[in-house]
Design a protein around this ligand. Sequence first.
Ligand SMILES: NC(=O)c1ccc[n+]([C@@H]2O[C@H](COP(=O)([O-])OP(=O)(O)OC[C@H]3O[C@@H](n4cnc5c(N)ncnc54)[C@H](O)[C@@H]3O)[C@@H](O)[C@H]2O)c1
Ligand SMILES: O=C(O)C(=O)C[C@@H](O)[C@H](O)[C@H](O)COP(=O)(O)O
Ligand SMILES: [Zn+2]
Length: 380
Amino acid sequence: MSRSFQVVLKKVVDHSYAIEIGERLFDSLIEDLQQGLVPNVSKYAIITDSTVEPLYGRPLLERLRLNGLEADLFSFPAGETSKTRETKALLEDQLLQRAYGRDSCIIAVGGGAVTDLAGFLAGTFGRGVPSLNYATTLLAAADASVGGKTGVNTPVATNLIGVFHQPRKVYIDLAAWRTLPAREFRSGLAETIKHACLGDAGFFSDLEENLGKVISDRGQLVLDAGVCERIALANCRIKYEVVEQDEHESNLRQILNLGHTAGRALEAVSGYTLLHGEAVAVGLVIQAKLGVKRGYMTEEQAERVIALLKKAGLPTDIPDQVSNRQLMDKMYTDKKVRSGRIRFVFQDGIGAMKRFADGSYSVPVEEAEVMEVLEEMRQL
Ligand SMILES: NC(=O)c1ccc[n+]([C@@H]2O[C@H](COP(=O)([O-])OP(=O)(O)OC[C@H]3O[C@@H](n4cnc5c(N)ncnc54)[C@H](O)[C@@H]3O)[C@@H](O)[C@H]2O)c1
Ligand SMILES: O=C(O)C(=O)C[C@@H](O)[C@H](O)[C@H](O)COP(=O)(O)O
Ligand SMILES: [Zn+2]
């Protein structure tokens, strides 16, 4: 005879948090901490990378200490290839050696690689400690710092191991964009164009008209303050409105993966020689071309997407050194794969996403159909 019991867990946890957009937000962050934004914390661990460390990490550390807050800085080599379980383990050991425990708060200072890695660490350290994101790249401001997806890459593919762990607040420092290499800024523009494609036709037109005010035709950063602020605001709004409705990506949140079925496959197959946004740009093109064939977009709409990506100085072709077969095979590591079938999310024209008859925002696509588009792109 067996007996069974019900474990009732009705706790509703409010994960709401603020996003602050402005220039040089250290004062604001320190004021937040002093006013108890994150309660019951005795030590702050800044996690950053080797490039961001001297620019923003150390200056923040000094400011925290000057204000009587106990803090240390932990850094790892900059770049996507550091976003691994090994780096996470090294950082965890360093934190443990410095007696960081459950009364710690992690402050991620940097781009998306830092917020992904530090957020994952925060989500598992001591079974979960609070974290803050201080975004220093456009890509982190536009996308990675918001929404609580955290994780690391593995030799098989990107972001395969991670947790959902929402930050307690996100700080978007627009002044930090001024020290960004132009290529990194362009990478952030890819996620920006993605957001416009999936959620806001007006923002898409704004970008078509005003992109030249943030980046010149010759690829130099212009960074008009008004346009930068609009870009940050629009990105965050489009992203959080989706995350608010489907935090754990049971359906709607899949739309934020626009361009990523092929994009993240390409990023891995390129051996990370393509930046995340560069790979997503090519993924957006593949999605648009498939969408035209399926009747979800007109040729003209797809051309507008491709033209905007080009205007941003982003790649729109599959690199020669990557074969269609390699790219196709890697797409099977996508988290949207179900019953061994690759799924895509598609634009419904510009500024909206296709929802399918079964209510899902993603749909299975046969290999032959994807291959046809990949082959056509090689011939252009
Ligand atoms: N979690 C999510 O929702 C999400 C969304 C999109 C992308 N991502 C992830 O984000 C990562 C890409 O983000 P990223 O492009 O910000 O990468 P990144 O963190 O590697 O930053 C890019 C480069 O810029 C440098 N850098 C950062 N800020 C700087 C500054 N202000 N001045 C000068 N240099 C600076 C960094 O040291 C790094 O070399 C990828 O790992 C991707 O998978 C996550
Ligand atoms: O926040 C989301 O949801 C996204 O899909 C945003 C993407 O831009 C981001 O690259 C994300 O990390 C991709 O997630 P993955 O689960 O496809 O690896
Ligand atoms: Zn992305």
